[in-house]
Write a protein that binds this ligand. Sequence first.
Ligand code: ATP
Ligand code: MG
Length: 441
Amino acid sequence: MKRTLIKETPQLVGQTVTLKGWVNVRRDHGKIVFIDLRDRTGLVQVVLVPELAKDFHTEDVIAITGIVKQRPEKLVNPNIETGTIEVEAKETELFSKAAELPFDMGKETLEVELPTLLDYRSLTLRHPKVQAIFKVQAVVIDAFRKALQAKDFLEFQAPSIISAVPEGGAEVFRVKYFDHEAYLSQSPQLYKSLLVTAFERVFSVNHIYRAEPSVTTRHLTESTSLDAEFGFIESWEEVQEMEEYVVRFIFDEVNSRCAKELALYNATIPLISEKIPVIKLRDAQEIIFQRTGRDVRAEKDLAPEDEREICAWAKEEKDSDLVFVSHFLTKKKPFYVHPDPADPTYAYSVDLLCRGVEWSSGGQRLSDYQTIVNNVHEWGLSEKGIALYLQAFKYGSPRLGGFALGAERITMHILGLKNIREATMFPRDMERIDVRLSTLE
Ligand code: ATP
Ligand code: MG
């Protein structure tokens, strides 16, 4: 019989259907057995006689043919979308038996520690609440794409293997490349900028690789970067405004398409005021000093606790979970950053912070060929490795800028997850490439 999807069952009262999926939970009540069956569209309660329920247990893959029945009012389950009905089984079939489970998969929240969650990833990715994370992430990425397509940006694929390291070498993975040495790309920055000189407006969704040397709750060694870059800007503020548009677009899409997933996490979309506040680094540091007495006013960057404090300020004073911080120190930024002519010590750079953590970096880039070449030398880099990038500007470029958002950080903070690894299907860090590296030795 043709398969019916679980979400369609409430509309099929009185009809005979065949459902296919996984046993989510089994409850034995003497003469009857209840099985919550799960497929990609949801959960439904099935009522069976013990002969039909056989020894089915959690994660067995089965088919059930039965009649869809309306539940009496007092037995309606408001927590699931099919809660108004149940299916009375007439026939069952086993497709595949699951081994005994290492932990209880039937609970609404999976009660396992992070290492176990990841050690058993093939299994834990089946849990509805775990799946919700990746449904939200897919919408975040899809919304990023849609937002930029609507503004006439072209999607491109950035290469991962690169021949030189434009942003400093400390956090880079080296790869043996035939007889040469190559690197895994830390960012598609140079490609997206050079593509602006050809296509005007580009974006990409791709992996970036960073040999992050410490274990934190917000760093992965392989993460998903949402990059955008565009030309003919009038000022760096235009970059920040485009990013604000994209972030609002993402929030709207998640809000309208992920109500169920947000509810599972008791999550609300970050509060966004009419206009996201924008403050300069030095002003942010002054605010931190005023609020906490911690004097960070001469620091070259924001430390994690500074990011948390400035987010707390934005929330309390500006009614916003998001805040832009601009004008970082030119010398602390890569060679292509555009200095502010009013005071070249500071750059036209802008980070977006949300719920205590950096979500993105961006800004206006240099577009004058000679200035770029001078900076390459001043930053102690070699022209050779970035020849294609330099070539783009040698032959003319509009004024340009862009930004890069981290997809996992956005997902993590929308859902209030404690660790970025939870927002990554297959996280890589110092200790893990799917399996714990220490177990390979
Ligand atoms: P941080 O200071 O938080 O380490 P960063 O300034 O090194 O971040 P950028 O180079 O500005 O990061 O990268 C742009 C965005 O990409 C970041 O704001 C973040 O959202 C994301 N990102 C960067 N590195 C990582 C990483 N190792 N793991 C997860 N996301 C990352
Ligand atoms: Mg940054």
